[in-house]
Design a protein around this ligand. Structure first.
Ligand SMILES: Nc1ncnc2c1ncn2[C@@H]1O[C@H](COP(=O)(O)OP(=O)(O)OP(=O)(O)O)[C@@H](O)[C@H]1O
Length: 270
């Protein structure tokens, strides 16, 4: 039996008032994939994710598990997909364990208190990513990297198989970036599915099963990492010089620093 995609987007067009952001987007996320979504600032990655998660209204043809997105409540969606947004500031200073327990809310009835099982699931999720020692710390006092890990634990406690992460390594130090990628890789090998945006073609090369490139609101490439992340693509999309090199069993992407090139602020593509 052919498995239906977890996410299916057909001919999606979207504008913020008169500002056209997405044109003719066709996209699928299949079970077990790790898909990296690449593209320069403002090309529409977060907007696409927000539309898929119903955080922005659309009448477009989007299906989740073969059902029309319009038929899903936010609670229904939370039973299918866990979302880790780009910025993670909560106005309340919850303890870490309480933050992870929040993942259980969609499974509880009105006014119900978390059960012993909910606590066990939350603790198991923290243990899975090696963050159990933080359980009594105030979430707001954690570092950016620790917060990101705790939010990943919260997604695991949601007991879904699909994760959408917007810039998961943003703000993480060099080591934590790699540790988070390794964690995603290890979860993927257990059968979890990931859609993640990234500004690092090198990370996309290291651990994706598919790479999708967006440019000016259009998908311009969607294929295996090594087919998509080429010297030509990086130079065209990011307007820099780059090389693809082989290191061990991996292809790596190296941007080339051109000292002689005159820069002015107008050249920044933001
Ligand atoms: N709420 C909004 N109202 C109006 N325009 C918006 C809104 N959110 C985003 N935009 C615009 O839509 C375009 C796409 O933004 P989006 O956040 O989807 O890009 P992105 O690819 O995720 O960028 P980044 O890599 O910088 O996070 C940009 O031009 C942005 O200014």
């Amino acid at each position: 039996m052919e498995l239906k995609p977890i996410i299916e987007v057909n001919d999606l067009h979207f504008s913020y008032k008169n500002h056209k952001v997405l044109s003719g987007i066709n996209f699928e996320l299949n079970r077990g994939e790790v898909v990296s979504l690449l593209g320069i600032n403002g090309c529409g990655k977060s907007t696409l994710i927000k539309l898929i998660l119903k955080l922005i209204h659309t009448d477009a043809d989007i299906k989740i598990d073969a059902e029309d997105l319009k038929s899903y409540s936010h609670k229904d969606l939370a039973h299918k997909i866990a979302y880790i947004p780009q910025y993670n500031n909560t106005p309340f200073n919850y303890q870490v364990l309480d933050m992870v327990l929040m993942a259980r809310v969609t499974k509880l009835g009105f006014f119900a208190q978390p059960s012993k099982k909910d606590y066990e699931v939350a603790m198991a999720a923290l243990e899975k990513i090696g963050m159990e020692h933080l359980k009594n710390r105030a979430f707001g006092q954690l570092s950016g990297g620790q917060k990101q890990m705790v939010l990943l634990a919260r997604s695991i406690a949601q007991e879904v198989n699909t994760f959408i992460m917007d810039e998961p390594v943003a703000g993480l130090d060099y080591g934590n970036q790699i540790r988070l990628l390794e964690l995603i890789d290890s979860l993927a090998s257990e059968g979890y599915t990931f859609l993640k945006t990234t500004h690092y073609p090198d990370h996309a090369l290291l651990m994706s099963s598919r790479v999708v490139v967006m440019h000016e609101g259009v998908i311009v490439a969607d294929d295996a990492p090594e087919a998509v992340i080429t010297k030509e693509m990086i130079e065209k999309i990011y307007d820099i010089k780059a090389d693809i090199v082989t290191h061990g069993e991996h292809k790596r992407c190296l941007p080339i620093f051109e000292k002689s090139r005159q820069k002015d602020l107008h050249e920044l593509t933001i």
